[in-house]
Design a protein around this ligand. Structure first.
Ligand SMILES: N[C@@H](CCC(=O)N[C@@H](CS)C(=O)NCC(=O)O)C(=O)O
Length: 233
């Protein structure tokens, strides 16, 4: 089995939680040049015509896109240890928290993703302030539903932790540091407590470290490209 993915992306990170927690042996492949341009995706589009990461490729060559669908497939195929709570209400909360990340938090970060790829000349303070307000509103949707026992739901890791951890690194660390905006967790006591607690779990900590390292690498590459452009100009 192979997982095509990149370490700085939240959606594949959610799938890696299942690989690590269930001890699934999958080769991890980073499609070269994936984030550079649509042309650089090249052969990858044959595996996943949607053109996004992750994609899970089975040993017989069948390829599955979309992180949530991959997680559900892995859960069904490798049920132990379960990362989907048995109780229907808890299971619904797991799906709800993941969905809030997929539909609201990521959408609210789009302005920042776009600006990060552009020169700071284009960073309009009004646009950044409006995006920060939208992000704070989106992250706040987690507050009423987040677990209070150190995990997103219940007393152990679930798929929801895989959805939330990488997104909180982006929303609460990367964006405030890069754009100088307030950390949206400041006014969210339950999400803040969760964030402190979940990073004590070794698998969540591993995902967090991988995400931070990949973001630092991306930023160093972006700085090098900007310096090269200044040098050429
Ligand atoms: N709904 C998809 C979203 C996947 C997605 O948007 N992945 C991003 C990276 S986090 C991507 O591949 N973007 C295209 C690109 O960077 O070129 C999923 O859950 O897998």
């Amino acid at each position: 089995m192979k997982l095509y993915q990149t370490y700085d992306s939240p959606f594949p990170t959610r799938v890696r939680l299942l690989l690590y927690a269930k001890g699934i042996d999958a080769e991890i492949i980073q499609p070269p040049g994936f984030h550079d341009s649509s042309e650089s995706k090249g052969e990858y589009l044959r595996l996943n015509p949607i053109g996004r990461v992750p994609t899970l490729v089975l040993d017989d060559g069948r390829a599955l896109p979309e992180s949530e669908v991959i997680c559900e497939y892995l859960e069904d195929t490798y049920p132990e240890p379960p990362l989907r709570p048995a109780d229907p209400w808890d299971r619904a909360r797991m799906r709800l928290l993941s969905r809030i990340c997929d539909f609201y938090v990521v959408m609210a970060m789009n302005t920042f993703f776009n600006l990060a790829g552009r020169s700071r000349r284009h960073w309009e303070p009004e646009a950044i302030a409006a995006a920060a307000a939208k992000l704070a509103e989106a992250v706040a949707h987690l507050e009423p539903y987040i677990g209070e026992e150190g995990y997103a739901v219940g007393r152990g890791l679930t798929q929801a932790d895989g959805a939330i951890v990488p997104q909180l690194i982006l929303a609460s660390e990367w964006i405030p540091e890069l754009f100088g905006v307030a950390d949206p967790l400041r006014s969210l006591p339950k999400v803040s407590a969760y964030w402190r607690a979940i990073q004590r779990n070794p698998i969540a900590a591993r995902l967090a470290a991988e995400t931070r390292d990949a973001i630092a690498e991306q930023q160093a590459a972006a700085r090098a490209r900007a310096a090269a452009r200044r040098g050429a100009g």
